[in-house]
Design a protein around this ligand. Sequence first.
Ligand code: ADP
Length: 423
Amino acid sequence: MATILIVDDTPTNLGVMVGHLEAQGYRVLIAQDGEEGLQRAELTHPDVILLDVMMPGLSGFDVCRKLKSRSSTREIPVIFMTSLTETRDKVAGFAAGAVDYVTKPLQADEVIARIDTHLKLHAAQTQLEEQNTLLAMYREDLEGQVAERTAALHESNRRLRAEVAERERAEQQVRRLNEELEMRVAERTAQLSAANRELQAFAYSVSHDLRAPLRVVTGYATRLLELAGSRLGDEERHYLERISGNTDRMSVLIEDLLTYARAGQPTVHAGRVPLEPLVCQLTETFAARIAASGATLEVGSPLAVPLGDATLIGQVLANLLDNALTYRRPEVAPRIRLSASPDGDMVLLQVADNGIGIAPAYHARIFEVFERLHSADEYPGNGLGLAIAAKAARLMGGEISVESSLGEGSTFTVRLPAAPADG
Ligand code: ADP
């Protein structure tokens, strides 16, 4: 229920008005002068004050100004009751802080309508203010949240930047290390190549120089056998024959060493190498050994055409055939199969045998220089054949490998680039 405070020095005039207001459900309080009006306003805090202008003591304007100057009463809407119709007084009333005025004699309907309006206005204003306060609170809260988020963002940004910088530093370091490593590898490779070339040149010149004296030894041993063979006792002749046999072996070794050393020197002539003529030539070369051992040599057909150097491929095949005939199982006639099949842009050149086979542990080692798995008494050889084959394959941009099981046989595969189909 809304409370209306009426401040008027002649309340008797108000009797009818009060009745109307109470009938509308308002609680009505009366003060008979300005002082009392101020006191009651402060104590009861009414919803609207109806204030007479002309009063003895404090005038309505004074009361209004005081009400507006106190925080406890500032918000209460004040409506002046005036019999004066002069614009000046209305203006003075509004200047003192009133929200409206009604003229005497009071018209009940008008007064009620105005009170109603101002009550509603006041309620709306209060609500607005409350909402404003709430909004301000929300805003503050939001601003707080935004500030927090911004700070968090700044922080994560800072961390990200630091991380990126750290990454860049690490990457730079890796790049630097890589460059260093590459440089070192290049240096080492250059050193190794130089050392290799030196070694090759050394092997070549030593082998070359050994040929002449060996030829002299062989020559004199043979001559001695021819001239004095009949006069020599069995033991002496045996010694001479041993000298001859060993110089023969040494001469083969020297030739192989020369081949190995030479293999890296000449520029490789890469071209189409049809294999049929090469195989024909090899069959002739090995004909005697094939016949003596009762071996069969099967040649696959067609033979794919590799890209390489005919001399080098000839050497590779000769070494592989030589081994296939050499490392045969006792009492088992060698069965050798030679084939060349395409494999993508490569050609697989294969020599398979049914010989003694090689234990897996030695599959890589046998391609090294001087690596042998048997003594010269068991099988003749110097451990250079496969090293020559491997080197030749590498020089032609290929590689060599073996698949083998002990006691069953071996298959050597040389992978070489294939010759272009139409070339
Ligand atoms: P060499 O035959 O002169 O000893 P290689 O380099 O040709 O030298 O061969 C190295 C070793 O690999 C041989 O001593 C032999 O033990 C083994 N080997 C090579 N070819 C065969 C093969 N077809 N079957 C079994 N063992 C083989």
